[in-house]
Ligand binder design. Structure first.
Ligand SMILES: NC(=O)c1ccc[n+]([C@@H]2O[C@H](COP(=O)([O-])OP(=O)(O)OC[C@H]3O[C@@H](n4cnc5c(N)ncnc54)[C@H](O)[C@@H]3O)[C@@H](O)[C@H]2O)c1
Length: 336
């Protein structure tokens, strides 16, 4: 498992647990799981987890906590060891009796997701490397499953078009499809943006958003790994798999910009980025380590987004919004 160690010594999973526990507890809960009455005689909800890494294990944990009728029924991952380490975490879990994943419902390889989706489940949690998400989502929608779909949903234009089609099909089929944009479920952020929507700040004219953190962890190449295995085990560091830091991580900030400007697409976006402090080692792939983007709307409103993953620098994940009647500051990792 990649640790996604940051230079401050916390992992991204720790961060999720620490910084937004209240919001994240509801993350996968009622809207995807159907909000069953806990402990009731309603039909159990069987869940398949696809992508058994840090986030996938967390998502499965949240699903089990969300409702006593939830059963973790199947798992899929390209690599069997990732499924094993994920399931090991549940051996002492308070809901371990609802982790019912025998060997025949552990599906490895690149096609394992198909078998997990077809294993008789009601809900699927899509938590693999992002490159594969459009394919996994399309299969889950075609099979009529309710879906928790981690961000980013795609990393390129064909992926975007596929996800738009899947989202339309999910709506037509009345399937619950929930994204991993966790700030939408975080109480302080939701309350702040509700004020914005009420017009408390007037019209938002400018937003500055930043995501400054350290480099993510790597997995050293092991004897016997193919090039494909090496890259998939280091997916965050390869553009084709992750979409780069901007898409993989700072997409949370892009989401908040969208939230602020009510999902109205900007007229233009001008950006720059580079690779300054990534060590010269194969595990560090081809992704940049810093970006700066200026979004501009037709009437001149602007948003400025900076992100970086560099060692030994300070961390910040904040947003500042200036409206015609006032301004506000949002601190994702601290008091807002
Ligand atoms: N919403 C959030 O706050 C949040 C937090 C962390 C991660 N994430 C997202 O969750 C996703 C997973 O991140 P992670 O931190 O768990 O990474 P990870 O590397 O810990 O886990 C990813 C897992 O997916 C597996 N995988 C890769 N390709 C696969 C495929 N084709 N089929 C099945 N399994 C496959 C890998 O082997 C690995 O076990 C990413 O998209 C990431 O951006 C979201």
């Amino acid at each position: 498992m990649t640790t996604e160690q940051t230079s401050g010594g916390i992992t991204r999973r720790d961060f999720v647990a620490i910084s937004s526990a209240a919001g994240m507890a509801a993350f996968i809960a009622p809207s995807v799981l159907g909000a069953q009455d806990t402990g009731s005689s309603l039909k159990p909800l069987k869940v398949a987890l696809i992508g058994c890494g840090g986030r996938g294990s967390g998502a499965a944990n949240q699903a089990l906590k969300a409702d006593k009728g939830v059963i973790l029924w199947a798992v899929a991952d390209v690599f069997p060891d990732r499924m094993d380490s994920c399931l090991k975490q549940f051996e002492k879990h308070p809901s371990k009796d609802r982790v019912q994943v025998p060997a025949e419902r552990r599906f490895s390889g690149f096609d394992g997701y198909k078998q997990a989706i077809a294993s008789g489940v009601d809900v699927v949690l899509l938590c693999s490397a992002p490159h594969f998400r459009p394919m996994h989502l399309a299969e889950a929608v075609a099979a009529g499953k309710h879906i928790f779909c981690e961000k980013p949903m795609f990393v390129d234009a064909p992926g975007y078009r596929s996800v738009v089609e899947s989202a339309k099909a999910a709506k037509a089929k009345n399937i619950n499809l929930m994204s991993g944009f966790c700030w939408r479920r975080s109480a302080p952020e939701a309350a702040t943006f509700a004020q914005l929507e009420k017009g408390t700040l007037g019209t938002p004219m400018a937003m500055y958003s930043c995501y400054y953190t350290g480099p993510l962890g790597t997995n050293k190449r092991q004897p016997g790994w193919s090039d494909m295995e090496f890259q998939v085990r280091n997916w965050q560091h390869f553009n084709w798999l992750s979409g780069d830091q901007m898409v993989e991580q700072a997409v949370h900030s892009v989401d908040k910009v969208n939230w602020c400007f009510r999902n109205e697409p900007p007229k233009s976006a001008v950006g720059m980025g580079g690779r300054q402090l990534r060590e010269a080692m194969p595990e560090r792939g081809d992704v940049y380590d810093h970006f700066a983007i200026v979004y501009e709307w037709a009437d001149g409103r602007r948003a400025f987004l900076n992100c970086r993953q560099e060692p030994d620098c300070y961390f910040e994940n904040t947003d500042w919004i200036a409206g015609t009647k006032g301004q506000c500051f949002i601190n994702g990792w601290g008091p807002t």
